[in-house]
Write a protein of this length. Structure first.
Length: 269
């Protein structure tokens, strides 16, 4: 599939805070259509970075298009530390919700929603926000953070942590990241800000993929259990040897494995 061309089109979607840039990916000619439901894919970046051109956005969307899916990526507004025009929750969430609604308007049969890291949190919150308004065929999350406070990592998980992320991905720093997004400690407790620990009934079939060497696995594994306890059909996988944000690194062996898991799961839907 190396020589196949994936066509992209940039489209601006109307939202409550103004226009939202999106990019649409179409499967190349000759690639069988994998699903009538398009995928809306939401990048990560600690709520403060990322966009349509980052690898976690573009390379994932391109890889899924090569698998036969139509994909829409979202340039949601990022939180800022600036005193002028401060952007906080729920603005990024409002953007994602608006795009999902717009894509559903063009595809009334349903939408598949997915996100990575902070984008997984936004995607999960979108499921809660739209309720049954938009029929979601399924939702998938890669190395997501779902809880306002990171659940206590197990001894097994702590023993797997290596490299610089032992110092940059710590519960206190993740807490500060979440506080910067939410804007206040009161907002952090809202289910639409961080769905983990709240009622999650009504989710569609869900796929969660975590990295073995990632402290955020404490949140992903806990959220998978919460979904399962709520009666949601859940698949949960831990990528052996992988670190956080492996979908941002196309040359990482975990990247094609993750894409394969997502594509196979979505095709079964």
């Amino acid at each position: 599939m190396t020589g196949l061309v994936v066509e992209t089109t940039d489209v601006t979607v109307d939202g409550p805070h103004g226009g939202i840039r999106t990019r649409r990916y179409a499967p190349p000619a000759g690639v069988p259509v994998a699903s009538t439901a398009p995928i809306v894919w939401v990048h990560g970046g600690a709520f403060v970075s990322g966009g349509l051109d980052q690898r976690e956005t573009h390379e994932v969307a391109r890889a899924l298009a090569l698998e036969g899916f139509r994909v829409v990526t979202v340039d949601y507004r990022l939180t800022t530390r600036a005193q002028v025009r401060r952007i906080r929750y729920p603005v990024p969430l409002d953007d994602v919700v608006a795009v999902v609604r717009a894509v559903h308007g063009e595809n009334p049969g349903g939408v598949i929603l997915g996100g990575a890291s902070a984008g997984a949190c936004l995607s999960a919150a979108t499921v809660l926000r739209i309720g049954g308004e938009v029929p979601l065929v399924g939702v998938f999350f890669a190395y997501g953070t779902f809880h306002a406070a990171l659940p206590t990592p197990s001894a097994e998980l702590r023993s797997r942590l290596t490299g610089r992320r032992r110092f940059t991905h710590t519960p206190p720093l993740i807490g500060l990241m979440n506080l910067n997004y939410a804007g206040s400690r009161a907002a952090m407790l809202e289910a639409f800000a961080f769905p983990g620990g709240h009622k999650v009934g009504g989710f569609p079939p869900s796929l969660l993929i975590d990295a073995e060497k990632d402290i955020m696995r404490a949140s992903g594994s806990a959220f998978a259990k919460e979904l399962g306890h709520a009666g949601v059909p859940v698949e949960y996988h831990v990528m052996e040897g992988a670190s956080h944000a492996f979908l941002h690194r196309p040359r990482d062996p975990a990247f094609p494995k993750g894409i394969r898991l997502i594509a196979e799961w979505a095709k079964r839907l």
